[in-house]
Ligand binder design. Structure first.
Ligand code: EPU
Length: 425
């Protein structure tokens, strides 16, 4: 497995370009199976493992795909199976969007239970509740989810929890259903809106995405279209934190500043200067930061996916910071790794208490999941001496070319490919 070697303590300066949003792309690509006519050209897709995985799964269903630099052209006219069971299905969360999209178009789907980061129990009861409300039968046996319906009929669905996955999946299931579906207590994340915009470009009739009530009026068919994925809110947040951590001045390009408000607000509270323009942010920091309290919440609250990178920053901020992780119950594994570098953190249930230390010191640390990996990289950038990050395959699932992007800013970070392990010695 690859490793990242980071020599910390360098200021970073310059411009960084944010890629397309992972959590939008892994939903939009499976939604392309809804096009019974024409091709979907999806642009601004990030060059990450999860996207490569979704494309392989789509090919296994019979989609014809040509892909290149950050785009994929998907022809779903001749899908020949509704069974998604290749290894990639179990390796990510986004594969479960095939339940909603295949059910919608073919009235059936069989998808292996999705995987994804190990950050707590990840039930799909709200997805199932939504599919059943539309008239589908759902069975889970031997690790496979099967959904089937004679017809799908619009319904009123009130989600018991705010779920990104359930909102998107049930929205996809409803786009071709007879009549109107109303989703209440829906998730409002930017990627929910992006998927709705994509579906509407294909001919769907979805109103209210981005609010907590989404109305979907079923249409007869969806057709191919050209669509560009929004910039990644979480990748942008991660690099905002990296810039704050290293001191210096970084321009973060290709962002939607509105999506980053909760992160900007916390960084400003910590003492970071942020200049906001139409599609870029400038982050200026002298590295002197003060601790803050954070509660992760559904959008527009502080995103759980930025909690881990943020806690690396808080570990060197002056004073005490308290984090309340309200979305995932075990998203603190990275703190044990940060402690190897000298961080002073303890966890009590969903609360983490971090007392800022003067410095972190380089160590061999492991990325236990995707955003934990981002936290490890930020810690390595801050730390005195050399940090070796293992578990890089988790980082590659969601951050395109992380070492290239950071190197361009002046960070001393390089990748050791698994085959050249000897050069580490
Ligand atoms: N939940 C239920 N029942 C359900 C679905 C969710 O109880 O049927 C609960 C979950 O246990 C959790 C909360 O609802 O406590 C929110 O879960 P959600 O469904 O919103 O999460 P998800 O769709 O599985 C997506 C992202 C995650 C991100 C969360 C929250 C994708 C592929 N994944 O997961 O991203 O943390 O939303 O914003 O979109 C990441 O990118 O690192 C990542 C983990």
């Amino acid at each position: 497995m690859d490793k990242l070697i980071i020599n910390g303590g360098k200021r970073i300066c310059g411009d960084i370009e944010i890629s397309g949003a992972k959590n939008a792309a892994v939903a939009i690509l499976p939604a392309a199976v809804l096009a019974s006519k024409g091709v979907c050209t999806i642009e601004n897709i990030p060059d990450i493992e999860d996207v490569r995985g979704v494309l392989k799964i789509l090919e296994s269903l019979g989609c014809k795909i040509t892909s290149g630099d950050n785009y994929a052209v998907i022809n779903s006219e001749n899908i020949n199976t509704c069974k998604a069971d290749i290894d990639e299905v179990k390796g990510m969360r986004g594969s479960y969007y095939l339940l909603g999209s295949l059910l919608s178009r073919f009235k059936k789907a069989s998808v292996d239970m999705p995987g994804g980061c190990s950050i707590g129990v990840r039930p799909i009861d709200q997805h199932i509740k939504g599919f059943e409300a539309l008239g589908a039968k759902v069975q889970i046996e031997h690790g496979v989810v099967r959904v089937e319906a004679e017809r799908l009929v619009g319904s009123n669905i009130y989600f018991d929890v705010v779920s990104v996955g359930a909102t998107i999946n049930v929205m996809m299931a409803a786009v071709l259903a007879e009549g109107t579906t109303v989703l209440e207590n829906a998730a409002k994340e930017p990627h929910v809106v992006d998927v709705a915009n994509f579906l509407n470009t294909m001919g769907a009739n979805i109103k209210g995405a981005g609010t907590d009530v989404i109305r979907i009026t079923g249409v007869d068919e969806l057709r191919g279209c050209t669509y560009s994925v929004i910039p990644d809110q979480i990748e942008a947040g991660t690099y905002m934190i990296a810039a704050a951590a290293c001191g210096g001045q970084v321009r973060i390009r290709n962002v939607i500043p509105k999506h980053l408000e909760s992160i900007s607000a916390k960084l400003i509270e910590m003492g970071v200067e942020i200049i906001e323009e139409d599609d870029f942010l400038v982050i200026k920091s002298d590295g002197k930061l003060k601790g803050v309290n954070i509660k992760t919440l559904p959008y527009p609250g502080f995103p759980t996916d930025v909690q881990q990178p943020m806690s690396a920053l808080l570990s060197i901020a002056c004073g005490r910071s308290i984090i309340n992780e309200s979305i995932w119950e075990s998203r603190y594994k990275h703190l044990d790794e940060l402690k190897k570098m000298g961080a002073n953190a303890k966890v009590e249930g969903r609360i983490a208490i971090i007392d800022g230390v003067q410095k972190l010191t380089g160590a061999e640390i492991r990325a236990t999941d995707l955003r934990a990996g981002a936290a490890m990289v930020i810690a390595g950038l801050i730390a005195e001496g050399t940090t070796v990050v293992t578990g890089v395959e988790h980082i590659d699932r969601g951050y395109p070319k992380i070492e290239e992007k950071l190197s361009k800013l002046g960070a001393d970070i390089r990748r050791i490919k698994s085959e050249d392990k000897r050069s580490l010695i």
